[in-house]
Ligand binder design. Structure first.
Ligand SMILES: [Zn+2]
Length: 243
């Protein structure tokens, strides 16, 4: 099922990257927290994950994040995450660019990670801008306060209506611009900048390998498309690579 042609590309590849989205987290049992999945009490994600909602009611927003952290905290990396972490050790240059905020790539052992949308296990001081790790489940106080200055802490994630960090975007573009092979895993490939990254790889002559449970707008442009779960297809490619 894995074409020999892809294995040959991978054997020659020096720079490999993986762009991941909600699909790979879903295989670990993490809901998307959008639409019906995101309903908490009577609120939708789109009503809570905004700077306006936080300004109006930080306790409510933090209670929601506390609930999400409880769910995410129980999830474990799947074979997709584990295979990706393994590949960091076999390719000369290997990077993960993720839209996911759950931290599962790091938990699986990946180190070279660009988290485009932030990380739910990090908090940021609203006054000083300092980012700190916070893994307390449940949180010790809601809303949590900065230990340095006492100001309100916020989740270090990108909310609706907010811009992604320019450093992260530049890093992701640089990786995409130099990848010999880019895997696009479990992302619907419609949201900027993630949607544009595979095209940077293609433009420089690299190949794009898409893995998704259904076709996306990227599929017609992908050099290889695998329909199915990342947790099954990535290990299959890996075993062919070692075979
Ligand atoms: Zn502070």
């Amino acid at each position: 099922m894995v074409p020999e042609e892809l294995i040959n590309f991978l054997r020659k590849a020096k720079k490999v990257s993986v762009l991941t989205g909600a699909g790979i987290s879903a295989e670990s049992g993490i809901p998307t927290f959008r639409g019906e999945d995101g309903l908490w009490k009577k609120y939708r994600a789109e009503e809570l994950a905004t700077p306006q909602a936080f300004a109006k009611d930080p306790v409510l927003v933090w209670e929601w994040y506390n609930w999400r952290r409880e769910i995410i905290g129980k999830a474990k990396p799947n074979m997709g995450h584990i295979t990706i972490a393994k590949w960091e050790k076999i390719f000369p240059s290997f990077w993960v660019i993720t839209q996911n905020i759950d931290g599962l790539h790091r938990l699986a052992g990946s180190k070279n990670i660009v988290e485009l949308h932030g990380n739910i296990w990090k908090v940021r001081c609203t006054r000083e801008g300092i980012v700190m790790e916070n893994r307390d489940v449940p949180l010790k106080e809601i809303p949590p306060k900065c230990e340095n200055c006492g100001a309100l802490l916020r989740p270090h994630v990108v909310w609706f209506g907010e811009s992604l960090s320019i450093e992260d975007i530049e890093m992701a573009e640089e990786i995409s611009n130099s990848s010999d092979v880019m895997f696009v895993v479990g992302t619907s490939s419609v949201v900027y900048p993630a949607a544009s990254l595979p095209f940077l790889t293609k433009r420089r002559g690299g190949i794009v390998v898409e893995i998704n449970i259904s076709e996306t707008t990227l599929t017609p442009y992908a050099d290889f498309f695998f329909k199915g779960k990342a947790g099954e297809i990535l290990p299959e490619i890996d075993s062919r690579l070692n075979g």
